[in-house]
Design a protein around this ligand. Structure first.
Ligand code: F6P
Length: 288
């Protein structure tokens, strides 16, 4: 059986573990280099050529990823489909957009297996997507290692976390790092409330911390306003791509392996297309 695998959208810690397991399970395992873009261009090489064994515990995506809006255009979709059809099964790791791509390919006769893989943890039907735990731990690491400096001056620091439109990372980090205020959506942007939190902590002789989910407001403007109104120094830190490049946590590696084991099972035990999802802590295999 000839297996093809691709990674689409934002890379996520744990991908390389998944690839390592997949490569071990099949004799003929190939990788698309650079997601759907690579599939259109027929950029396909043996997965083993990327040395998955060496990189299994590292972040990133050894086979490269891409964002490829052209995939939705018929002309390019047909090219991608024709290239995929040279294989028996295509495994797609990505978020909701990639799930749609997987379904589209399946509806056009390509057997596909979809695996949720995005730090945002916003994949429909799955409680978990590969990368999420490491991203949360990366944010916690940054906050833990910046706040002692803030504390030395009783300053406030606003930390912007990723997540696109999803508040999963923001909520988990706010809880884990025990921050003073969370701006997870537009409603939370209550200046009066936030200023009070900053001032109260300052009066008690302490720093304050705020987590801001990305795509809500401009962090620099927000901090200027908070500083003006509270009269407390407000610093900011956009946590950024350390969330994607962070070394996968032990739990991440365990989850990525579990997703891989079940994807392999789905490939071997049936001839249909599936999504491998996590529900209530258990991996389930559902029809795509
Ligand atoms: O989807 C993952 C993600 O990291 C989002 O949280 C973020 O908004 C986006 O990707 C950033 O993408 P890029 O690295 O392409 O700028």
């Amino acid at each position: 059986m000839k297996i093809l695998v691709l990674v689409s959208g934002g890379d996520a810690p744990g991908i390389n573990k998944f690839l390592f397991e997949l490569n071990n399970a099949f004799k003929d395992c190939f990788a698309v280099v650079g997601g759907f873009r690579g599939l259109i261009d027929n950029n396909i090489v043996p997965l083993s050529s990327f040395n998955p064994k060496i990189y299994q515990n590292e972040a990133g995506a050894i086979i490269k990823s891409s964002r490829c809006p052209e995939f939705k255009e018929e002309k390019y979709f047909k090219k991608a489909l024709a290239n995929a059809k040279k294989f028996d099964c295509l495994v797609i790791l990505g978020g909701n957009g990639s799930a749609k791509g997987a379904k589209e390919l399946q509806d056009n006769g390509m057997r596909t297996i979809f695996v949720p893989c995005t730090i945002d943890n916003d994949v429909d039907g799955s409680d978990y997507s590969i990368g999420y735990h490491s991203a949360v731990m990366a944010c916690n690491f940054v906050i833990e290692n910046i706040m002692p400096s803030m504390e030395a001056f009783n300053r406030c620091c606003v930390f912007e976390v990723m997540g696109r439109k999803c508040d999963a990372i923001a909520k988990a980090v706010a809880n884990m790092a025990d921050v003073d205020y969370l701006i997870a959506n537009e409603v939370d942007l209550d200046y009066k409330k936030i200023v009070k939190v900053i001032k109260d902590k300052y009066k008690k002789g302490h720093a304050s911390s705020i987590v801001l989910r990305e795509n809500i407001t401009n962090i620099q403007t927000l901090c200027q306003k908070l500083e003006e109104e509270s009269k407390v120094t407000v610093k900011y830190n956009v946590i950024g791509h350390i969330q994607r490049g962070f070394k996968p946590t032990k739990l991440e590696l365990k989850n990525a392996k579990a997703f891989a084991v079940n994807a392999i099972k789905a490939i071997k035990n049936s001839e249909e297309s599936h999504a491998v999802l996590m529900k209530k802590g258990k991996i389930v295999i559902e029809k795509l």
